[in-house]
Design a protein around this ligand. Structure first.
Ligand code: 5GP
Length: 125
């Protein structure tokens, strides 16, 4: 079921469990602000998820409440992973679903990073 982006943070969500080490993940990169790991159900040859270490439901929550350091650290982590994976020249796509109409499923902010092939139109028509 899609996330209601206005609800408070639920620390039993699957990405909170991954951050606490209760569920395994295939980590690509980690620093003080972000964890990056492979999506369990990849939609492209490269499909990783970048999540902040802090407890934020979605982009709205993060952009309103996170500190400048958290926001900078998170955005830099997205860029660093893309560079480290060699994705700048071939290109990549970022996606952050927020709330019901986007079909956000996990109520912890995540940015999808897709790459590895031409990624098609932005939205299904
Ligand atoms: P959303 O629809 O919320 O933007 O995307 C959630 C993503 O999380 C989906 O692409 C889904 O495959 C991924 N996902 C859900 N549960 C797990 C999990 O336990 N481990 C990993 N690595 N990815 C997950």
């Amino acid at each position: 079921m899609a996330v209601d982006a206005t609800l408070p943070y639920d620390d039993q969500n699957v990405f909170a469990k991954i951050l606490r080490g209760e569920i395994p993940n295939r980590t690509v990169y980690e620093d003080d602000f972000a964890l990056v790991f492979h999506d369990i159900n990849p939609q492209a040859p490269t499909h990783v998820l970048v999540i902040p270490k802090g407890a934020y439901v979605c982009w709205d929550d993060f952009s309103a409440k996170a500190s400048d350091a958290e926001i900078a650290g998170f955005v830099r982590a997205v860029g660093k992973v893309a560079r480290d994976l060699g994705l700048v020249a071939p290109g990549y796509r970022l996606l952050a679903n927020t709330g019901t109409n986007s079909h956000q499923e996990v109520p912890h902010l995540h940015v999808h990073l897709f790459a590895g092939q031409p990624l098609g139109p932005m939205l299904v028509r």
